[in-house]
Each structure stands twice: as structure tokens, then as C-alpha cells.
Design a binder for this molecule. Sequence first.
Ligand SMILES: [Zn+2]
Length: 333
Amino acid sequence: MQQKLNKLENEIRKSLEQARDTATLEEIRIKYLGRKGAINRLFKELTHMSLEEKKAYGEAINDLKSKVTAELNLALQKFMDKSEGKFELLLPGKMPPLGHFHPLSKVFDDIVTFFKSHGFTIETGPEIEYDWYNFEALNMTKDHPARDMFSSFFIKEDLLLRSHTSPVQIRTMEKQKPPIKIICPGRCYRYDAFDASHSPVFHQVEALYVDEDVSFGELKWILSEFVKNIFGPKTKYELRPSFFPFTEPSGELAISCMVCGGTGCSVCSNSGWLELLGCGMVHPNVLKNVKISPKKYSGYALGMGVERVAMVKYIIDDIRVFFNNDIRFLEQF
Ligand SMILES: [Zn+2]
């Protein structure tokens, strides 16, 4: 009997070593471990044996059974591991998460693209600016009360972090004679508290067009095109009188509320309108400061906060969300 067991064990081991796929392993299982398999057949031979022999060989057969079961499972596991690797090669790959533009970058890009398509070129300038460019040349002398509108970060008496992008207009007009048709996108700084509607760092885009006979009508036209392009063709707009030291006359553009469409809601304080940007005809004093004759030339200027445009467009009531980098907010764009 023991010889039989040894022979069978060797036979099974050989078959397992030669097996090259799971189907063969299944055949081996049926042949040796199946209900009518070789090992179970051995148990039948015990019936003719003495009690002692039954006990001894019964244990030996059971040992062989568990040994073979374990080896078969091991061999099966090896094939499963291999085939899993093989299947992974065939499965479609997992897409890595895609990045996308920050809402401010998107709005920035929309604004710049609009003006570029209307013949404006991009000009940039330093973020640390002289008082002359930030204020004086823009018709705000040292004691001008309008300076209070800009809570500026001064570095030295004559040097500050620019509080708007208008200094770039002055720098451009100093080095270039009309026709001038530029936009100045960039970062600006004011010592405002960081709250729902203020940020000490923010972005602006300004547009300036200076040539002979540039009229207020042209300003109105570009504004209407801008509103249609950025906010949609159905958006209504309203141009109201305003005051800026560097433009005369000055205006403020408001558009119909993106939430209620103009009927009044909590977002627009029931007015139906949302203020968007400031604009006007370049003040003759500004042209004189850069040695462009206001008798021969005229121009319009307009400037907007990029955050403001994004807040109006996407109906966001807290400017801080642009800077908190909360992925749950950013992923919505
Ligand atoms: Zn509203």
C-alpha cells in the first residue's frame, strides 16, 4: 500500500510539473482528487484491511490528499497571477486626472482674446512703479483727493506697488505716438483687507485707444461688443456717468444681472444690474503729460478687474475662492 501511495504521489507531482495551463490542472484535479479519482479509490481498498492497517493507511491517504490539494492550489495560484498580469496588458488603461485652467485664467484669456481680435496689442509694465506713472501722469497730483480711491502699498516716497494697470498706458504713450491701440493685463496691489469683496492682490485688464477723432461712440460700441462676447448676446448693459481723474467724461458699465436677468434678486440687491467696469475719454491733461496733443488726438480707456468679471460671469459672491485653491471649487470650471 505504501508503495502505491509513493508511486501515486510521484505521478501526481510529475503531472503538476508538466502542467502548462489551468485547464490541465483541472484535469489533474478530477483525475486524482475527484469523487471517483485515484485517491478516493484508495480509500475503497481499505475495506479489506485490518483495523490497524485501516488506521495507518487511512491517515497516509488523507495526508497525500491534503498534500496534493495544497500543491494543486499553489500551481493554480501561479497560473492565476501570470494570467492576471497578461489580462492587465489587455485592459484599457486608467485615464490620469486631467488638469484645467483656473477660472481667473479662463476669464483673463477670454478678455485678452476679445481685444486682440479687435486689433489691440498687449503691453505690460513693472509691478513696482514710480508715483509719476501710477498717479501724477494720470492727472493725480500729490495732493489730489482721488488718490484716496487707491489704497496703495508705498515702498518709498516715490515708489509703490502699482495700484492699477494704468501706468502701462502712460509708459506706452511716452514711447509710442498715436495710433495706439493696446490692452494692459496684469497684477495690481492695494492694502485692502482680504474679505468677500476685496483682495490685496488682484488682476486688471485695461484697454486704451488713442488716435485722431476717436469718439465716445466708439467706446460705446466696443463695450457693447465686449458684453455680448463675454456674457452672451442677450445680456443688457447700461452706461452710467461716473468720475475718474484720468478720463473726462467718465462712465461706469453695468450689465443685467446674470441670476435674475434684470428683474431683481439678492445677488444684484434687487436692482437688476451688476457693475462691471470703469471707462471714459482720456483726459486732455493725461495726453499733455505724455506730449500727445489733445487738440489733434483723442482716445478712450476702459479698465476692469478680472476677478470682478469672473464673479459676475460665474455668479460668485466671495473673491477669496479664487485664491484658496480648494479643488472642489476649481473643478467646477
Ligand atoms: Zn439679480
